[in-house]
Unconditional design. Structure first.
Length: 198
């Protein structure tokens, strides 16, 4: 099987064995915004051709490739949603030589009714559910727009998006505070202190 995480600014493909272990990977900066109209199939085929030639015939794609700006829109599923609902709503794509399916994103509403969405992280969350069990739990998926996801009963019951990565970048690059920051690697000890304090 081939798994593809195709975002706004990056493309990551993984060849997986039947147990889900990564056998090979391929990455590029060819995110969906750099693909010309009608060019998604050609970009995908060029990236995964060697694996198709070795007999792989199932391709699962997640991320912004399933957005309105992507190859084809895979509608959001409302939470709570689990693996069964996600699989039942995979969107087939025309692709020569392999069965190609888009993974739908998820949507939720907070206590005030404000909507939130994710696309791509649902695939990671399904993998975490398989590894960690049915929950309950609270999982953090760090990134430019970090997601805090709630799981229970083997399903994703809701989530919240935090702009932590983007806020950090803005502070470092466009503020007086950023000018005071000392460049260099992060500190694991400082991170753990911050987590304990929070």
């Amino acid at each position: 099987m081939i798994g593809v995480d195709w975002g706004t600014s990056s493309f990551r493909a993984y060849r997986l064995d039947p147990a889900g272990a990564i056998l090979d990977r391929w990455e590029s900066a060819q995110g969906i915004l750099s693909v010309p109209p009608g060019g998604f199939s050609a970009v995908l085929e060029a990236a995964i051709r060697p694996w198709l030639e070795q007999g792989e015939n199932l391709v699962l794609l997640c991320g912004m490739v399933g957005s309105r700006q992507g190859w084809r829109e895979a509608p959001y599923l409302p939470c709570p949603a689990g693996p069964a609902e996600i699989v039942a709503n995979l969107v087939p794509l025309p692709f020569p030589g392999a069965r190609c399916l888009l993974v739908p994103g998820l949507s939720t509403r907070d206590a005030a009714g404000v909507p939130d969405v994710l696309r791509g992280e649902e695939t990671k969350l399904v993998g975490l559910l398989a590894a960690l069990g049915e929950g309950p739990g609270l999982l953090c998926l760090p990134g430019t727009h970090s997601k805090w996801a709630r799981i229970a009963g083997g399903r994703i019951t809701g989530f919240a998006t935090q702009m932590t990565g983007e806020t950090r970048a803005v502070l470092l690059e466009h503020s007086i505070l950023g000018r005071l920051a000392v460049p260099g690697p992060g500190s694991d000890a400082a991170f753990r202190r911050g987590v304990r304090r929070a």
